[in-house]
Design a binder for this molecule. Structure first.
Ligand SMILES: *[C@@H]1O[C@H](CO)[C@@H](O)[C@H](O)[C@H]1NC(C)=O
Ligand SMILES: *[C@@H]1O[C@H](CO)[C@@H](O)[C@H](O)[C@H]1NC(C)=O
Ligand SMILES: *[C@@H]1O[C@H](CO)[C@@H](O)[C@H](O)[C@H]1NC(C)=O
Ligand SMILES: *[C@@H]1O[C@H](CO)[C@@H](O)[C@H](O)[C@H]1NC(C)=O
Ligand SMILES: *[C@@H]1O[C@H](CO)[C@@H](O)[C@H](O)[C@H]1NC(C)=O
Ligand SMILES: *[C@@H]1O[C@H](CO)[C@@H](O)[C@H](O)[C@H]1NC(C)=O
Ligand SMILES: *[C@@H]1O[C@H](CO)[C@@H](O)[C@H](O)[C@H]1NC(C)=O
Ligand SMILES: *[C@@H]1O[C@H](CO)[C@@H](O)[C@H](O)[C@H]1NC(C)=O
Ligand SMILES: *[C@@H]1O[C@H](CO)[C@@H](O)[C@H](O)[C@H]1NC(C)=O
Ligand SMILES: *[C@@H]1O[C@H](CO)[C@@H](O)[C@H](O)[C@H]1NC(C)=O
Ligand SMILES: *[C@@H]1O[C@H](CO)[C@@H](O)[C@H](O)[C@H]1NC(C)=O
Ligand SMILES: *[C@@H]1O[C@H](CO)[C@@H](O)[C@H](O)[C@H]1NC(C)=O
Length: 820
């Protein structure tokens, strides 16, 4: 998997360079010198404005205005808009090539040594970027969400740590209090929540095994092999000796990507030419599908599965897909009304394949499942033929180049637009009214210098009723979406409103720079078919899903904007909280900026964590110290700072708690030596926020080590923090949790839960899957899930009750303990 990703990264970089080196000025770096403070997303334009046509092809691309939420009555109109955007894109490239790439004219077609006469560079389709699921990073499984009324002695906490009440977030582990459902790589495990030894159900995600006998590892220059690739190779012998080799030889390996492809006789296979394969690369191992997230709704469990869709040789003759198809999502709904305990699988009720789509996030609101995903388009298929270094343009003057390039481009864009619409499958009842009208999103300039941004990514909100009877096991989904500038950064959803926040750039004519900007598409998800609803643009980029929050009709968003100064070679930041009024019905479709704060934090600090609670916003910024700020957001037009507090280090996660009715904020992050700036361990801080104007540290504790997420138990007042330490030897490795007692003036380690022995972590052979840290409490029994095991511990005493190994017995994988 990592090898694929590495390759993707490489291709992406290559494409980026190819595209951007050609256009040095028009696509100015998204760096700036000043914040874009005058952005007023609320301004309503009188009539539709269009981008200037910059190149030889006349195009009509709308600049975003409130009417874009109306969608399309006819899908043909959508196709026309896509075609216009594509033509704008190719036209821009042609204009840029004429302006900057004049050497082509001097090229001598008859000179055999001419660079232009060398075989064309093999170019592979853009494989798309992947925005991380913000939810996956957030600490999981803790207080508050389950709302269980329990006695002080019996604590239950098994709900996912949801940001918004009534909106359940997808996670790799879910529980209904009776069972635990865990996504372990391609395996879906279910066990009795209170007794992990009572038998399990294991559902393996099916996949079509590909014949690897003709596999091809590419004509790339030797590239260092990453750990997993080497592990993969070593693992084939499935002996523990191989595991030893895997762990110790990785760093010194001299292997290269091009020779990992030896057959059984050790011969290197160099059988096929990459140019004849689409998408050009078929590695000599097949990654298994991976369950990314689970949703739990009544007696139904939805698994969102990602499957690599690199196809082998037979694809070479087919027309390449225009949608980047390196991965696809498969949504599977299982029946959990009758769960087997003999290791057999759950019953599959329905399935839906979403080709060329990568996962962002998912939520459930009662029976409705909502999946946020993004598709990318390989517009390089259009532009690759237009660059002047292509042989056909050698020696042509500007006029001749333009004529040929325009002809080449127009011969392709129509078909490309058609195929985009086909592959998107966005029609609902033959209509496209749930799709935001295609528009240039950036404000302030009618020249979109880089048309590729227009159609760069297609954000989709896919919903279905998880409780329905799936006829022929088909899940019929409803979809809304829109082309968004930039890349998806995070998702925010309430029961009836969803916002996708994507980060792109917007042109500032004063500075002649492209400033970073966040584009927010708002969807109405109160009806079975989600609908475009509103939009906004604000400067900077958000940190994670907690950066946005809807409260009393106002969306508050915190962003950081980075500015690079060429003069001083330093970067500066501007952090702000923006308050946007979300329109009610009849109030138009623009989220109007009602207020914004000044820069949050000291100069050059960036935001480490944020949490909105009602009319207050808590923000931690960071440079070397940990300034903790509280903002009063009760007046949407006048957000103002109420208090601040500074301690060394930083908190990267804030969690509000209450002890005896006193509001406190738990901050979990790293301790930092102020002199050296080095992180010295995990720091847990308890902030007294009773009086926001005089914040106080009530207790802190620093532990050496790392952490990834945390769980807090309000009744037992315990904090559970995962901790991993890997020494690279067989000794002193730790993978598990530390349980802390929390109280007024108290953060105190209570006991540790070790999930694997130090020896096994170093020498063991493990299944190629990995569980991130999660913790649950069932009737005062703590279940911790990490890496390859689930362990039940008596919450009070720390005594082990039972453990369950997820690692597959007699598996042919032989992976290192930590799989990255
Ligand atoms: C553009 O930059 C100038 C100078 O830094 C700044 O004053 C102005 O507010 C910016 N304009 C916009 C629309 O962001
Ligand atoms: C889980 O195990 C406990 C203890 O063995 C048992 O009492 C309970 O009935 C089991 N729950 C389910 C749902 O099977
Ligand atoms: C692993 O070994 C099997 C049989 O020994 C062989 O068919 C397969 O191609 C090998 N896989 C890799 C990745 O070398
Ligand atoms: C793995 O390496 C360790 C240390 O070099 C050695 O003691 C052990 O015997 C090896 N295990 C196997 C199965 O080769
Ligand atoms: C790696 O290759 C270099 C040059 O071929 C050789 O000198 C070196 O010993 C090799 N290292 C290992 C660990 O095989
Ligand atoms: C998804 O892709 C597969 C293989 O490329 C194809 O057979 C299938 O028809 C596609 N499904 C949809 C819904 O486009
Ligand atoms: C979800 O169910 C609850 C309880 O049945 C109900 O109050 C709520 O309105 C439902 N939410 C939606 C969005 O339908
Ligand atoms: C380009 O070449 C064509 C024909 O070869 C010629 O008619 C035209 O004048 C040239 N244009 C320029 C700008 O040199
Ligand atoms: C137009 O496209 C078709 C099909 O892709 C191709 O056969 C033809 O040569 C192209 N014509 C030009 C002028 O590029
Ligand atoms: C719009 O942006 C382009 C650069 O992309 C710049 O050349 C042009 O002057 C700008 N126009 C206005 C009206 O600001
Ligand atoms: C910070 O690091 C410096 C240099 O290593 C050391 O002298 C100093 O004692 C450290 N400070 C703290 C508070 O640990
Ligand atoms: C912590 O908070 C409690 C309750 O407000 C207070 O009684 C106690 O003195 C505080 N401790 C410290 C060290 O600030």
């Amino acid at each position: 998997m990592i090898m694929l990703n590495l390759l993707n990264l490489f291709l992406t970089l290559l494409l980026y360079l190819l595209q951007h080196l050609q256009q040095p000025l028009l696509t100015a770096e998204p760096t700036t010198t000043k914040p874009a403070t005058t952005t007023k997303p609320g301004q309503v334009s009188k009539a539709t404005q269009y981008l200037d046509s910059v190149g030889p092809i006349e195009t009509k691309v709308r600049i975003i205005d409130p009417s874009v939420v109306n969608g399309y009555n006819s899908c043909n109109d959508l196709k026309d808009d896509i075609l216009n955007a594509l033509n704008h894109y190719v036209s821009t490239i042609i204009a840029q090539e004429i302006q900057y790439n004049v050497d082509a004219e001097k090229c001598d077609p008859n000179d055999p040594n001419n660079w232009w006469n060398q075989p064309p560079v093999e170019v592979y389709p853009y494989s798309g970027g992947f925005a991380e699921d913000a939810a996956a990073e957030a600490p999981a499984s803790e207080s508050g969400s389950s709302g269980t009324v329990a006695m002080k002695v019996t604590e239950d906490s098994f709900g996912t740590n949801n940001q918004v009440e009534g909106v359940d977030e997808a996670d790799v582990v879910k529980s209904d209090g009776e069972y635990v459902f865990a996504a372990y790589g391609d395996l879906l495990y279910v066990w009795n929540a209170t007794d992990g030894t009572a038998g399990v159900s294991i559902t393996a995600m099916p996949y079509e095994k590909v014949d690897l006998s003709n596999c091809y590892s590419g004509t790339w220059e030797p590239m260092p092999v990453d750990d997993v690739a080497v592990a993969e190779e070593a693992s084939n012998s499935t002996s523990s000796e191989a595991a030893n080799a895997t762990l110790s030889d990785v760093s010194s390996s001299n292997s290269t990507a091009s020779d990992t492809n030896a057959n059984e006789n050790g011969e290197i296979i160099r059988s096929r030419k990459a140019t004849s394969i689409m998408p050009g690369y078929w590695p000599c191992y097949q990654p298994k599908p991976s369950i990314l997230s689970l949703l739990l709704q009544g007696k139904r469990l939805t698994a969102i599965v990602s499957e690599s869709s690199y196809m082998p040789m037979e694809k070479e003759t087919s027309e390449p897909r225009v949608m980047s198809d390196s991965s696809k999502l498969i949504v599977r709904v299982y029946d959990i009304s009758n769960i087997p305990t003999d290791g057999s699988a759950l019953t599959l009720l329905g399935e839906r394949v979403l080709n060329g789509t990568s996962y962002n996030s998912a939520r459930s609101v009662n029976d409705t499942a909502i999946i946020f995903a993004t598709s990318y388009f390989d517009t390089y298929q259009l532009s690759s033929d237009l660059y002047r270094y292509n042989r056909q343009y050698c020696g042509l003057n500007d006029t001749e180049y333009e004529a040929l390039a325009v002809k080449t481009a127009l011969n392709k864009t129509e078909r490309f637009a058609e195929r985009m619409l086909e592959e998107l499958q966005v029609q609902v009842d033959g209509k496209c009214d749930s799709i935001f009208q295609v528009a240039a999103m950036q404000s302030g300039n009618t020249t979109d210098a880089f048309g590729g941004n227009l159609l760069g990514s297609f954000v989709q909100v896919i919903s279905f009723d998880a409780s329905s009877d799936f006829v022929d096991k088909k899940i019929s989904t409803n979809i809304a979406g829109g082309f968004s500038s930039g890349w998806i950064s995070s998702i925010y959803a309430t029961q009836d409103f969803a916002a996708t926040l994507s980060v792109g750039s917007t042109y500032n004519a004063t500075t002649n720079y492209w400033d970073q900007a966040t584009f927010i598409l708002g969807f109405d998800i109160s009806t079975p078919i989600p609908k475009p609803f509103s939009y906004a643009e604000i400067p900077g980029s958000p940190l994670n899903q907690y950066s946005a929050d809807l409260y009393e009709g106002h969306l508050r968003v915190v962003t950081t904007e980075w500015f690079w100064s060429d003069a001083t070679s330093t970067s500066t930041t501007t952090n702000k909280i923006f308050v946007l009024k979300v329109p009610k019905s009849g109030e138009g479709s623009t989220m109007t900026l009602t207020g914004e704060t000044d820069h949050v934090g000291k100069p050059n600090e960036s935001i480490m964590s944020v949490r909105f609670m009602g009319d207050k916003g808590y923000v931690v910024t960071y440079l070397r110290k940990d300034p903790f700020y509280v903002y009063d957001l009760s007046n949407p037009s006048k957000p103002k700072k109420m208090g601040e507090l500074e301690i060394p280090g930083y908190s990267s996660y804030l969690h509000p708690i209450e002890i005896d009715g006193v509001p406190l904020m738990l901050g979990i992050g790293m301790n930092v030596n102020e002199t050296t700036g080095w992180e010295t361990g995990v720091k847990i801080s308890l902030f007294d926020v009773t009086d926001p104007t005089t914040l106080r540290v009530n207790a802190t504790y620093v532990d050496e080590g790392a952490y990834s997420s945390a769980g807090y138990l309000p009744l037992s007042q315990k904090l559970i923090i995962p901790k991993s330490e890997y020494t690279g030897t067989a000794n002193n490795n730790f993978d598990g949790f530390v349980v802390y007692d929390i109280g007024f003036g108290k953060v105190k380690p209570s006991y540790e839960i070790q999930h694997a022995s130090s020896y096994d972590m170093y020498y063991g052979c493990w299944y190629g899957a990995y569980m991130p840290a999660r913790s649950f409490v069932f009737k005062s029994k703590l279940t911790t899930i990490l890496s390859h095991t689930a362990i039940s511990t008596d919450l009070e005493t720390g005594d082990r009750l039972w453990n369950l190994t997820l690692d597959v017995k007699n598996n042919t994988d032989c992976r290192p303990y930590f799989l990255y």
